[in-house]
Design a protein around this ligand. Structure first.
Ligand code: FMN
Length: 219
């Protein structure tokens, strides 16, 4: 049963561009047949807390001995949530992530998820070569109000997608595809009015890319 893990992190309830695209991805995925299932994880509506303790960044065998507070119910609950989040990736054939740009970076809700699933010795190699998620496709839908295309004033200041490529791709070995949607603020901000057509073209291209990926990945 091919399974999609559908992750959202936008704080916009109604107007979210990334939510529209992750939904399109999931709907296209489901349209391939009843065996194409979806697990949803909304990191804004059901927030993952900040990492309780730095020791959770390491596999149990790599933790300092007798973690202060390590025997508490609170630590056990945090460890259990971490296991659940990692298991969701393990169970998925494909992951799609709605990743809006917030202050040139990631929404803190998405960063908290990353801090839980990027674990030395568990999901990334450290003292062993294990890389459980190597090659697993992950599609990042990067919505941003401005443009960061080469030659523009914003070029080189996108600190959102490089972070995801580093963590999910370089470190965890996943097969990352980034689909950018630029200039989403053009219809809202008068100073960007000249870019409305460019914004529409970017959204159309993103929808086409999403449809293609949702039809072809996970076969
Ligand atoms: C807290 C916050 C910070 C933002 N920071 C940026 C930014 O640094 N650069 C940018 O181009 N757009 C920025 N935006 C605009 C969003 O990237 C844009 O609205 C995008 O479409 C959000 O994704 P969504 O539509 O899926 O919610 C910001 C929006 C919010 C709410």
């Amino acid at each position: 049963m091919p399974r999609l893990l559908h992750i959202d992190s936008s704080a916009a309830a109604a107007s979210s561009v990334s939510r529209g695209l992750t939904r399109l991805f999931a709907d296209t995925w489901r349209s391939r047949g009843p065996e194409f299932t979806v697990t949803e994880r909304d990191l804004h509506r059901d927030q993952v807390p900040h990492l309780l303790d730095a020791e959770l960044h390491y596999a149990p065998r790599l933790r300092i001995r007798d973690v202060p507070g390590g025997a508490t119910a609170q630590f056990a609950a945090a460890e259990s949530l971490q296991g659940e989040l990692i298991e969701e990736i393990a169970a998925a054939d494909v992951v799609v992530i709605g990743a809006p740009m917030y202050n040139w970076s990631l929404p803190s809700a998405l960063k908290a998820w990353i801090d839980h699933v990027h674990v030395l010795g568990t999901t990334v190699p450290f003292d062993t070569p294990d890389r459980p998620f190597a090659g697993k496709p992950v599609v990042v839908l990067s919505s941003r109000g401005n443009t960061y295309a080469p030659g523009t004033a914003g070029a080189g200041t996108d600190f959102a997608t490089p972070a995801l490529q580093q963590v999910l791709g370089v470190s965890m070995g996943m097969a990352v595809t980034v689909v950018p949607v630029e200039l989403t603020l053009a219809p809202r901000i008068p100073a960007l009015a000249a870019f409305v057509d460019q914004a529409e073209a970017s959204r159309t291209a993103a929808r086409a890319a999403v449809t293609d990926l949702a039809r072809s990945l996970g076969s």
